[in-house]
Ligand binder design. Sequence first.
Ligand SMILES: Cc1cc2nc3c(=O)[nH]c(=O)nc-3n(C[C@H](O)[C@H](O)[C@H](O)COP(=O)(O)OP(=O)(O)OC[C@H]3O[C@@H](n4cnc5c(N)ncnc54)[C@H](O)[C@@H]3O)c2cc1C
Length: 552
Amino acid sequence: MSTPAILTVDDDPNVSRAVARDLRRHYGENYRVVRASSGAEALDALRELKLRGQQVAVLLADYRMPQMNGIQFLESAMDLYPRARRVLLTAYADTDAAINAINLVDLDHYLLKPWNPPEEHLYPVVDDLLQSWLATPDAATAELRVVGHRWSAHSYKVRDFLARNLVPFRWYVADDPEGARLLAAAGLTADDVPLVVTAEGKTLVQPNEAELAGNIGLTTTPASDFYDVIVVGAGPAGLGSAVYAASEGLRTVLVERRATGGQAGQSSRIENYLGFPDGVSGAQLTERARRQALKFGAELLSAREVTALETCGSARVVHFADGSRIAAHSVVLATGVSYRMLDVPGCADLTGRGVFYGSAATEAPGCKDEEVYIVGGANSAGQAAVYFSRYARHVHMLIRGDDLRRSMSRYLIDQIEAIDNITVHPHTQVCAGGGSEHLEHITLLDTNTGVERTVDASWLFIFIGAEPGTGWLDGVVARDEHGFVLTGPDLLSGGKRPAGWPLSRDPYHLESSVPGVFAAGDVRSDSVKRVASAVGEGAMAISLVHRYLEGQ
Ligand SMILES: Cc1cc2nc3c(=O)[nH]c(=O)nc-3n(C[C@H](O)[C@H](O)[C@H](O)COP(=O)(O)OP(=O)(O)OC[C@H]3O[C@@H](n4cnc5c(N)ncnc54)[C@H](O)[C@@H]3O)c2cc1C
């Protein structure tokens, strides 16, 4: 933990030096003594300390200072450090002002100048103040802090990005006292959120994901412009590919647009992955896989979206959203799937403000004692229901079918049946939603009876269908009618190789219609949508990359 500060401000350089010297001599071991020569300078120092997440124990301000006197300074300082103990240094003639300040700025003490010897006049006072401050200090927060609005989509995006990248942070609502103090320290207002304050005290105002990534230690720029293999997407398939490729000596770069782990990273508990009899959270599995890939020397680029793929002779060129590009001998497409948007009136505008896609675990504490609605009946929805049931008053699962049996694993159905505060609503669809600042109500349609009813709802988590989002491969890589990448035997129609296929052999099993470009995991046509199969395909793609490179 960082050393708390004692700040002293006096416009007379001799007095200022003397106070700081005496304080350092006695408290220097456990406190950092910060000295300023005006109220404005002292406030700047306090703002910086605030943004760095550091504690301030005691403020000693001279009363008579030009521009801003000691009382005015202490008053402003209270907005940043309300718990710091406040001392006014006064001459005998100013005693009245000091006494008045006791009420005005809740002064803890006034100290007559000169205070010599300090052992008699200064240290006993400061010792007492430190003792009382230590009983209720401000929390030191040498960590990332986010100030935002509860119902702001941008604030949610920032929190979700940090959480999914396993970056610990502290969350403050703009109008709670510490949130307001951080905004004040950064010279901002509640209209400017989200504000991110890094552990070093750097402020990022309404940052995008690339900016965030660059400031929280994630790598966003490639170290090279040419690799043996570029893996696009860092879900289980991409991580699997990266681990195997790097461990086998291939120069490997793994590119991820949001957060490592993909869909699996959002899972509260994966219970059917081999080797984890008690289950494993998506976050844990992801973190281990990420470390494993890095250990073997794979490079991991975060917050980088791939937007195009191009063939230049034997090189495969990958384009990023910002126009830059990297190339490789081979590419593994492991871009998985994303949830389909709920296309009903009133919901689109409320995404991130009560309507969430996927489990949005960061929101769970906010659902405490509230009603939560989950749309979907597959395993992912089931896991979310179990997870949210620990927080919410009640969880409602809205499913199209009669029951969960056709869409969910037995072990999850058993768990759900045993939880009192989960209700499954069969043949029920959301047909509308609405709210002004955030989601306030949804309309439910019973598809058997055609009856609609509108219920109050602030939390709607959607787990419907999945789309591969492969539009950027148009005209380059062959896909099926739903956009999933066709590979291997699926590319052969009536025994004929795909149009434009240049080689005298058939595509390898996970190879796409472009030689040297492979697909693994959920993005592949007809793949099994599971963590284990995605990891397995990721590994298998690399053995085929070796075969491809040998044939070059
Ligand atoms: C909540 C939840 C719970 C689940 N629970 C289980 C379970 O218990 N057991 C189980 O076996 N399966 C489970 N699944 C399914 C499993 O997670 C998926 O089958 C698996 O994650 C697929 O892995 P993938 O790597 O193919 O794709 P994904 O996990 O979808 O990862 C793809 C990655 O590619 C990135 N990406 C996409 N496009 C681009 C681009 N253009 N540029 C850069 N990056 C891009 C995405 O951001 C994403 O991180 C669950 C899924 C969810 C959503």
